[in-house]
Ligand binder design. Structure first.
Ligand code: BDR
Ligand code: CA
Length: 316
């Protein structure tokens, strides 16, 4: 079986954690490394969460954790989203510590080196701000031709935002970085709120998973149960979802390896960077003859039941 070679870029919050666990157990993913950055929590906390998750999940080989950006490209950093992901980013669940350390190489250097060593082979899945990708493109503008694709969890095209009326958190947190990546020429697939908000995991499904989970994944299932309690509470309060929460970051990763889960539309887009009211908004030129922005692939619909089923299947 030819595996898909994936680099994850996480701001390790609750749904990032679920994506990381999926990546470790999915039989068609070869996980090459996990870069971290600020966002849901600090970059340092995201690194610590990632290392602890790896210790919990016990992958067959050591997966490098690579330190990245601590702040946006140009603007001040926003508040960490403690109300969404808890004080520590993973629903206040205390996972055991580990002896694994982050690598000494920085995220931008890591992407550039990996892409030079494996041209056309690697897909980067970003699950936080696009700052690490932007730094990498600044370091090597030819990176655009060496990566297979960048799959981005972020944005809201035909639906409202989740931080402001028009902006989704990952793009809002560093609009300049997102605009730089989208207009760079690197192939981009955008997995935004249009599809992630439809892809919801429920308490009932987690209960079933707890019953059918493979014995060696029992502790992982327990972690998901506990961390998701926090996430379900947040989504009940903000979106009126009852015992259900979106699989934002896991869906982006699943799209990278199972593209048939979604339908796409090519669009020319820019990311709004000037206005304070609309910062981080995806401005898609949907006119018959689009003129503004660079063409990217935008997910517009999802087979949500299949996606949630695919997510759960790797733990059984
Ligand atoms: C995105 O923002 C973060 O809170 C989540 O981890 C996800 O990456 C959803 O808007
Ligand atoms: Ca995230």
């Amino acid at each position: 079986m030819i595996k898909k070679r994936i680099i994850l870029d996480a701001d390790t919050g609750i749904d990032d954690a679920l994506a990381i666990l999926y990546a470790i157990y999915c039989p068609i993913i070869q996980l090459e490394g996990i870069m971290v950055g600020f966002g849901n929590t600090s970059m340092e906390q995201a690194a610590d969460n990632t290392l602890r998750l790896l210790a919990l999940a016990k992958p067959k080989q050591e997966i490098p954790v690579i330190l990245g950006a601590t702040k946006p490209l140009v603007r001040p950093r926003g508040e960490y989203t403690v109300h969404v992901h808890g004080e520590n980013g993973i629903g206040n669940i205390e996972l055991p510590t580990t002896s694994q350390q982050p690598t000494t190489e920085a995220a931008a250097e890591f992407i550039v080196r990996m892409a030079n060593e494996n041209p056309g082979e690697l897909t980067v899945v970003t699950m936080g701000r696009l700052t690490n990708m932007a730094h990498a493109l600044e370091l090597d503008p030819n990176l655009t031709t060496k990566l297979k694709r960048v799959v981005v969890m972020g944005g809201a095209v035909h639906v409202p935002g989740n931080v402001t009326p028009v902006a989704e958190a990952n793009l809002w947190g560093d609009p300049e970085a997102a605009d730089l990546v989208f207009t760079s020429g690197v192939p981009v697939t955008l997995v935004g709120l249009d599809v992630t908000l439809k892809t919801r995991i429920t308490q009932q499904q987690l209960d079933i998973l707890t019953r059918v989970v493979r014995p060696e994944h029992k502790q992982v299932a327990e972690f998901m149960q506990s961390a998701m309690r926090h996430y379900f509470n947040f989504y009940r309060q903000t979106n009126y979802f009852l015992d259900a929460a979106p699989l934002h970051d896991p869906l982006a990763l699943m799209v990278a390896v199972h593209p048939e889960l979604v339908t796409y539309q090519k669009m020319k887009v820019r990311v709004e960077c000037e206005s304070s009211l609309c910062a981080g908004m995806v401005v898609a030129d949907l006119r018959p003859i689009p003129k503004v922005g660079s063409e990217i692939e935008v997910c517009i619909d999802v087979h949500a039941e299949h996606a949630v089923g695919q997510f759960l299947s790797v733990f059984e």
